[in-house]
Design a protein around this ligand. Structure first.
Ligand code: NAG
Ligand code: NAG
Ligand code: NAG
Ligand code: NAG
Ligand code: NAG
Ligand code: NAG
Ligand code: NAG
Length: 622
């Protein structure tokens, strides 16, 4: 929906940047799903946002890899938020050069606003002004699927001398932000079973006791006052107190009456007017298992409010990092001036929360739903969290190589498709998070032959008409990070013949995900008053995050810091995980897409956790 605004056109003559040699750049908004309509009216108001090149992106990567390398003398030496912000400031001449360009282009600089970190400038221009300034033409664009409208340009020009100072420029009419759709919602089994008395049948359902047994998770780790564990939940999705108590009463008696500690970001609140599985199931699952597994550790509910229905990771990241405040998409109706209503640079949810030591995110989107610039900047925020010692743990989706239910595969001819190229999921595809895939116990048909084994296989489940399977694959945006290069190369070698058959569907230079996997089938939870089994990698994620939280407590009691970014340790010591070697994911018309193999694979990563082996390794790191 196009937001019409009245605009008083100021009569000022703007000339192009005379004399400079200009460089043509393509729009960094992904316009592949938008149809171009008529040319925009000269008086229409546009929001222009200039993202300055930040310094030291490479140094940031190098630093993160060094402090998370067990063999490095700097292992575990995390940076403060200020040091991190300082590292990524824009180049000093970037600001002055861009200001100079604006001045010489006749733009009134008193209307230019800086973001808190100083790495983005924003200003309002009419279509006429922006056309001259950026030497382009603005058109109405209509989204093919949602019918949303915006005005923007396909390309623009900047002086060649500024190519090292400007990352990108976005100029567009105000439009709502990308709609963010949960892809990882756990799916409800139709049967509702009463919980069997303990010991439960761990081959057909997952309970707390089963998880402790399967992965060797202790129930007596002392919490540490400096430890913290947070779980992201968006908007109107919230847990129900009675459900938690009913679960704890059966599973973890000491927690009856205990609640997560709510960290409300951007107006986040616990929505209780509406109940039902859509509103409660995901957070009930998260907090029932995370609180019980880490009991009596306090668990933080990072509850992010948003005008959008399902919230926004950018809002959470801005609350953790004031230098990230403001949208990186222009025309975000929530932040015409970079701050939400009632917020400014010194107050509200801009840098208002401390990141927890472990952050669990069971929500994600398809990489193709964002521009690569947006993905890069958001991924850099995860890198920053790693630099400060936070472990970010995200789930991979339950739709195999398709990212989401329905038509998320990539087909250049149609834009959206159920076949075509695989559609990687984000933030799993960001190299600076730990991505968690799914496994399951052998299916009942296998039980006769596999009776006594606890070997897991890749998660794959048929529920009503759809097949769920663990997400996994290779990014189209992020290159394989150095820590996984040998492991991924081995996978490609082992699976060469099979991968050759599907090579047109994925980008073999991309970051491979997931990193690890955890059981995803038939978790017994209480939701909306009933015990029910739910399946999905949303369940796997808080379990892995709980394990890292327990290991952090153990390290802190030994006088050490949190484990921080763990991927380099995992890939260099894969023996601390149980290798999963059977099963495959599916999607985009391929039934056996990525198969589980010996070593790392693009469906179960390095494997599932072995608590004791992990503890022994991590407790001995600096
Ligand atoms: C752009 O215009 C909007 C609406 O008129 C206004 O609220 C906002 O402050 C302006 N932003 C800048 C950066 O001048
Ligand atoms: C918690 O961390 C602070 C600051 O790093 C430190 O001074 C304090 O000793 C720690 N507390 C415990 C119990 O170790
Ligand atoms: C939800 O409840 C609050 C007060 O508890 C009320 O103000 C609000 O209007 C309710 N919203 C809906 C959609 O019922
Ligand atoms: C920021 O907001 C707070 C609370 O609304 C207000 O007291 C303060 O004056 C504002 N600061 C600035 C610099 O606008
Ligand atoms: C995307 O899919 C929808 C629903 O199948 C269809 O109506 C639409 O035309 C498709 N868009 C493109 C570009 O193929
Ligand atoms: C289970 O895994 C172990 C270790 O990888 C292997 O030796 C064993 O043969 C597997 N058992 C079955 C039944 O697949
Ligand atoms: C593959 O990935 C690389 C970088 O990771 C990128 O440059 C390239 O465009 C990608 N190709 C496709 C087809 O997505």
């Amino acid at each position: 929906m196009l937001m019409m605004r009245s605009f008083i056109f100021l009569l000022c003559v703007i000339s192009g940047y005379a004399g400079a040699s200009l460089l043509r750049l393509e729009s960094s908004l992904d316009l592949s799903q938008w149809n171009q309509g008529h040319e925009a009216n000269a008086h229409q108001l546009l929001q222009v946002s200039i993202a300055l090149t930040i310094q030291n992106a490479d140094l940031g990567v190098e630093t993160l890899l060094r402090i998370s390398d067990p063999a490095s003398p700097n292992c575990g030496q995390y940076l403060s938020a200020e040091d991190v912000a300082h590292m990524f400031k824009p180049k000093p001449n970037a600001v002055s050069d861009v200001i100079k360009w604006l001045g010489e282009s006749g733009i009134d600089q008193s209307h230019v606003k800086f973001s808190y970190g100083g790495d983005r400038l924003s200003l309002n221009l009419s279509v006429q002004e922006a056309t001259l300034f950026l030497e382009t033409t603005f058109y109405h664009q209509t989204h093919q699927e949602t019918g949303q409208e915006q005005i923007t340009c396909q390309y623009y020009h900047i002086p060649e001398s500024l190519v090292r100072s400007i990352d990108y420029i976005l100029a567009a009419s105000p439009v709502p932000t990308h709609q963010q759709i949960p892809r990882q919602q756990v799916v409800l089994n139709n049967k509702v079973t009463a919980l069997a008395p303990l010991p439960p049948k761990c081959l057909t359902q997952t309970t707390l006791v089963c998880l402790r047994k399967l992965y060797g998770i202790p129930d007596d780790v002392l919490p540490h006052p400096n430890n913290s564990f947070g779980i992201f939940e968006p908007s109107w999705i919230s847990w129900l107190p009675d459900d938690l108590d009913r679960f704890f009463d059966k599973m973890q008696k000491n927690l009856v009456g205990h609640r997560p500690k709510v960290d409300a970001v951007n107006g986040g609140y616990l929505q209780r007017n509406q109940t039902g599985w859509m509103f409660n199931q995901e957070p009930n699952l998260d907090f029932e298992y995370a609180m019980a597994l880490t009991s009596p550790q306090e668990v933080i509910n990072v509850q992010v409010g948003s005008y959008e229905q399902v919230g926004n990771l950018d809002d959470m990241l801005a609350a953790f990092d004031k230098y990230y405040c403001g949208s990186i998409n222009p025309g975000d109706k929530k932040y015409p001036d970079f701050y939400p209503p009632g917020c400014n640079a010194t107050a509200c949810d801009c840098g208002s929360s401390s990141p927890p030591k472990v952050l669990s995110i069971s929500w994600g989107w398809t990489e193709a739903g964002f521009t690569s610039n947006h993905l890069q900047r958001q991924c850099l925020e995860f890198l920053k969290l790693g630099l400060m010692g936070t472990t970010v743990i995200v789930s991979v989706s339950d739709h195999g190589t398709a990212s989401g239910r329905g038509s998320f595969c990539i087909d250049d001819r149609t834009g959206n498709a159920t076949g075509g190229r695989f559609s990687p999921t984000f933030p799993s595809s960001c190299p600076w998070v730990t991505s968690v895939g799914g496994t399951q116990m052998p299916q009942p048909t296998d039980l006769r032959t596999l009776a006594a084994t606890t070997n897991e296989t890749a998660f794959r489940k048929e529920l009503s008409k759809q097949i769920l399977s663990s997400g996994g694959g290779f990014s189209n945006v992020f290159l394989a990070p150095p820590y996984q290069v040998p492991n991924v190369a081995l996978y490609k070698d082992i699976e060469k013949d099979h991968l050759d058959e599907i090579q047109d569907r994925f980008n073999s230079t991309g970051r491979g995900y997931p990193d690890v996997a955890v059981r995803a089938d038939d978790y017994m939870i209480v939701s909306n008053g009933e015990w029910k089994p739910v399946s999905g990698t949303s369940a796997s994620n808080p379990v892995f995050a709980s394990i890292i939280t327990l290991i952090n407590s153990e390290r802190m009691h030994a006088g050490k810091g949190p484990v921080g970014f763990i991927n380099p340790v995992l890939y260099s010591s894969p023996y601390i995980l149980n290798d999963v070697v059977t099963g495959a994911n599916q999607g985009c018309g391929v039934d056996q897409a990525f198969r589980a193999t010996r070593g790392w694979d693009a469906v179960t990563g390095l494997g599932s956790p072995d608590y004791e082996l992990m503890r022994q390794l991590f407790i001995n790191l600096p």
